[in-house]
Design a protein around this ligand. Structure first.
Ligand code: NAD
Length: 515
């Protein structure tokens, strides 16, 4: 696609730059002749174009990473740790720059962009302590005169494919640990907000990481398929929508790779009648409309155990009335609460789900369709939307909407609510709001979901635990970061060793070795 053609998709800023790859420790302009537009969602303008790699660029990126791996994996643990600490210090000092980049391409408000960086930085901080997690085990005298021990070694070149909604945090779920463990990483960012990864690449270079250890391959399906099928790439860490996660899992597995593929979500908040409804309303609004609902751990369904639904809806509605929607970069009136959606196509899809819910009999309590923001008439706006009595047969209930739409489903009991959660296709996150410890404990035992909040609406585990859902929210058996992360990015070797001496070696014996 030429620049002139892509420009037709939106209002173009003259001379919009082309965002390059990062290969061999430097920016690498693309020669593929293919690009995609990158919008500022608050203005609706095409702010840049991103390179879309061709096969030659994919091969170059992977070959450079292999060379980087051969250098980096030979560095001592102490030297590797110095680079990790330097990266952490630079990130901490300059994260404001990154937050602005995220807001300009994603649209989320700057303080929320800062929040995602801090959650990623947690993983960097975990990774600085990597020597402890890479230690093997040693058994002395497992058999007479025989010792057995294990080593953890890096995999080699590893691929990270990320979604648009967390352009900094999601890559940081993986690459700090992968790099600490001695691997070389090729990141394929979302083509919708590709600049955060490039900024992180520059930071790694400043921190002293050898060239080729952190590579950014800009691109679309061609780049993804290049990583999935390359014999050099040893593992794939993917985060995105469920259909693509399944495709990634199947394709990469077929090509002999280790895969972790995190998919979509439909997170429910179960509200029991004894809960504090003011607390619940605050949390439902925060978790439903923060980042315009474009979070995989956003709450999208409120299961209200009657008789609380009417009161709860009134409280949520009142809070929605106070939300300010605008350019996430802020302005004379300060920072708004919520920014735009990522593209006009996605905005129309979200709007379509509200149409479906309405046609299926739901009540539209607050309608965000058609919202405009003064001074930003071309932005991709969609207002906070509240639906009541959403039928559980409606596609608006069964499918992921990924926008600022909260659906209330009224249930008669705790059991009815939990059965609904367990019957869904997704199992990423869920939350229960109650003051009844017994009910909460039963919920955590019986609910079929990977991450659970008890009076916590977005239960994203801290870095030293691991992140991952169940069912169609995670393909593969490895979660992101924490101990799972170190297991994923290393291979174990078990060594059995004996130092022979004439007194104990026992001569020729063709039997299976015993004690
Ligand atoms: P997406 O699946 O469209 O894209 C994710 C990545 O896959 C991008 O890098 C994209 O370029 C690539 N891709 C897209 N189509 C492809 C294809 N046909 N073949 C190969 N590669 C392809 O997801 P998105 O819209 O960028 O992100 C939103 C989705 O991500 C939501 O479903 C959200 O729930 C999910 N998500 C999940 C988690 C989690 O932890 N489970 C976290 C964040 C986002």
């Amino acid at each position: 696609m030429s620049l002139t053609e892509t420009a037709a998709a939106g209002v173009t800023t003259p001379d919009a730059p082309v965002i390059p790859h990062w290969i061999d420790g430097a920016e690498r302009p693309s020669t593929s002749g293919r690009t995609a537009p990158v919008y500022n969602p608050a203005t609706g303008r095409v702010a840049a174009h991103v390179a879309l790699a061709d096969q030659a660029e994919i091969d170059e990126a992977i070959a450079s990473a292999q060379r980087g791996f051969e250098v980096w994996s030979g560095w001592s643990i102490a030297k590797r740790q110095t680079v990790l600490f330097a990266f952490r210090e630079l990130l901490n000092a300059r994260k404001g720059e990154l937050a602005e980049i995220i807001t300009a391409e994603h649209g989320k408000v700057v303080s929320d962009a800062m929040g995602e960086i801090l959650r990623g930085q947690e993983v960097v901080e975990l990774a600085t302590g990597f020597p402890h997690l890479l230690k093997g085990a040693y058994t002395e005298n497992a058999s007479t005169g025989v010792d057995v021990y294990s080593l953890r070694q890096p995999l080699g070149v590893v691929g990270v494919i990320s979604p648009f909604n967390f352009p900094a945090m999601v890559p940081m779920w993986f690459f700090p640990i992968a790099i600490a463990a001695g691997n070389a990483v090729v990141v394929k960012p979302s083509e919708k907000d590709p600049s955060a990864s490039l900024w992180l690449a520059r930071l790694w270079a400043e921190a002293g990481l050898p060239e080729g250890v952190f590579t950014v391959l800009q691109g679309d399906k061609l780049a993804v398929d290049g990583l999935l099928t390359s014999p050099t790439v040893q593992s794939i860490s993917f985060v995105g929508s469920t259909p693509i996660a399944q495709y990634i899992y199947e394709t990469a597995s077929k090509h002999g790779k280790r895969v972790q593929a995190l998919g979509g979500a439909k997170n429910h908040m179960l509200v029991l009648p004894d809960a504090d409804l003011d607390l619940v309303a605050d949390q439902a609004v925060n978790a439903g409309y923060g980042a315009a609902g474009e979070r995989c751990m956003a709450i999208s369904v409120v299961l209200a155990v009657e008789p609380v639904a009417d009161d709860l809806i009134a409280k949520i509605r009142e809070r929605i009335g106070r939300l300010r929607i605008g350019n996430g970069a802020g302005g004379p009136a300060g920072e708004p609460d919520m920014g735009p959606l990522i593209t006009d196509v996605h905005r129309d899809k979200v709007s379509g789900y509200v149409d479906i819910a309405e046609a299926d009999g739901a009540t539209v309590v607050v309608d965000g369709r058609g919202l405009g923001v003064d001074g930003h008439e071309d932005g991709f706006w969609f207002g906070p939307t509240l639906l009541d009595r959403v039928p559980t047969t409606s596609r608006a209930y069964t499918e992921e909407i990924f926008g600022p739409v909260l659906s209330v489903v009224r249930v008669e009991s705790f059991q009815e609510g939990m059965d609904l959660i367990n019957s869904g296709a997704f199992g990423n996150g869920t939350a229960i709001f109650t003051n009844d410890g017994g009910a909460a404990r039963r919920f955590q035992t019986e609910v079929q979901v990977g991450m659970i909040g008890i009076n916590v609406p977005i239960p994203v585990p801290v870095a030293y635990h691991s992140f991952g859902g169940w069912k169609s929210s995670l393909f593969g058996d490895a979660k992101a970061y924490g101990v799972h992360g170190f297991d994923f990015f290393t291979r174990e070797k078990a060594i059995t060793s004996r130092w022979l001496d004439p007194a104990t070696h026992g001569g020729i014996n063709l039997g299976f070795p015993q004690n």
